[in-house]
Ligand binder design. Structure first.
Ligand SMILES: *[C@@H]1O[C@H](CO)[C@@H](O)[C@H](O)[C@H]1NC(C)=O
Ligand SMILES: *[C@@H]1O[C@H](CO)[C@@H](O)[C@H](O)[C@H]1NC(C)=O
Length: 367
């Protein structure tokens, strides 16, 4: 049985590919990002009790998503957009956990044990204040000098799911064995919890260049599904490849994580109800059956995307913009009511209050 490629191999491939890019960047000038997609936000309303983490999307049907074009992460050029279509990102929270659904059209491709011949998905979040989307945190130190001291403030949190050993509909991620060893690995499904300062300095939670700390955990859980799979009681490994390759349809990747984790090493993003997080999502696909390489992923934007973790039970609104205009309207009517109340009290006081009270012009009273 094949194991997923070990992280060092992926890192090596990634850095080789990046080395190629860096030199071409030097020729063509600065990294450019036309981040018009930055206008698109991801909304994570408080909607408890509606999501089952099984990779299937029917329970998300009433939740609004945000749609993004998928462009190559290292070369966000419109001409090179992922041919299968856009990615829809949905999110919500139940006050304890945050849930994500990534949905993207793609013909069914599955090759057991070969992660790079299967699609793959990742989420990335800002941890440190100085962490940029570009270059996974953007620390300037090289592979030999990046540490939690030299790259302080550039931490990003990454969840990566490679499905070559993951049965559709089954749950992967944090498990008692890897969590017992105190790191963010997942030996069963390769849904791993990582952190990085740069693409060259990327580590499984709890491991790092200055030694390992056994206090870390894989806080993520997730499952995958494809719309061509026929619903049944449950797949087992022997059913692989679970459906015939090449069938049209959509891939679904569903994830959850506690809003807060027990991380003490600045290796997990911490989410706050009522706050905003900076996130990104990436997708790898074996285009034309060719295996993908680590840096050959598509991304939803060439900069961070804001994710609002709202505190109220959000009514499902049609679009993000109508949502915010509703908010503005209700805020205005609340303000108006408060002003009216103050005015009535003031007028009542003026008419019926003690006659000795000096009348003041309204402007001053309201000011
Ligand atoms: C830390 O953990 C990683 C992954 O388990 C391992 O490869 C590495 O050898 C460990 N480093 C030390 C110093 O124990
Ligand atoms: C850096 O990481 C090491 C190993 O995990 C840890 O012992 C140390 O406290 C960390 N230092 C800082 C400044 O976070």
């Amino acid at each position: 049985m094949h194991r997923p490629p070990p992280v060092p191999v992926l890192l090596l491939l990634l850095s080789l590919a990046l080395a190629g890019r860096v030199s071409s960047h030097e020729e063509s000038g600065e990294w450019s990002c036309d981040s018009s997609a930055s206008e698109i936000r991801v909304e994570a309303p408080f909607l408890p009790g509606i999501i089952t983490l099984d990779g299937r999307a029917d329970d998300w049907s009433d939740v609004d998503g945000s749609e993004f074009s998928l462009l190559p992460a290292l070369d966000p050029d419109d001409d090179k957009e992922y041919g299968g279509g856009k990615m829809t990102v949905k999110a919500l929270h139940d006050g304890k956990d945050v849930f994500f659904l990534l949905q993207v059209d793609g013909d069914y491709a599955y090759s057991k044990g070969e992660n790079t011949r299967c699609p793959s998905a990742a989420l990335m979040f800002q941890i440190g204040e100085s962490a940029t989307y570009h270059n996974m945190g953007g620390c300037k130190e090289g592979r030999d000098s990046c540490t939690n001291k030299t790259c302080k403030g550039h931490e990003v949190d990454i969840m990566h799911f490679s499905i070559g050993n993951a049965i559709p509909g089954r749950l992967y991620g944090g498990n008692p064995i890897d969590n017992g060893k105190g790191n963010g690995g997942d030996r069963f499904g390769h849904l791993v919890d990582l952190y990085a300062w740069t693409p060259h300095c990327r580590y499984i939670d709890g491991t790092g260049p200055s030694g390992n700390d056994t206090s870390a955990q894989n806080n993520w859980k997730g499952a995958w599904w494809h719309s061509s799979l026929s619903v049944q009681s449950g797949f087992v490994e022997e059913d692989s490849p679970y459906a015939s390759n090449g069938q049209k349809g959509a891939y679904y990747f569903e994830f959850s994580r506690p809003l807060r984790t027990m991380d003490r090493l600045q290796q997990d993003a911490q989410f706050t109800v009522g706050g905003t997080a900076k996130m990104s999502a990436a997708f790898w696909y074996p285009v034309n059956g060719n295996p993908w390489h680590g840096s050959g992923h598509f991304s939803i934007n060439c900069d961070w995307v804001s994710m609002d973790i709202s505190s109220g039970t959000s009514l499902l609104t049609k679009t993000a913009s109508s949502g915010s205009s509703w908010d503005a309207a209700s805020a205005f009517s609340l303000l108006f009511s408060v002003i009216s109340l103050c005015l009535s009290v003031f007028i009542a006081y003026r008419n019926f209050g003690p006659k000795s009270a000096q009348y003041k012009p309204m402007e001053i009273s309201l000011g």
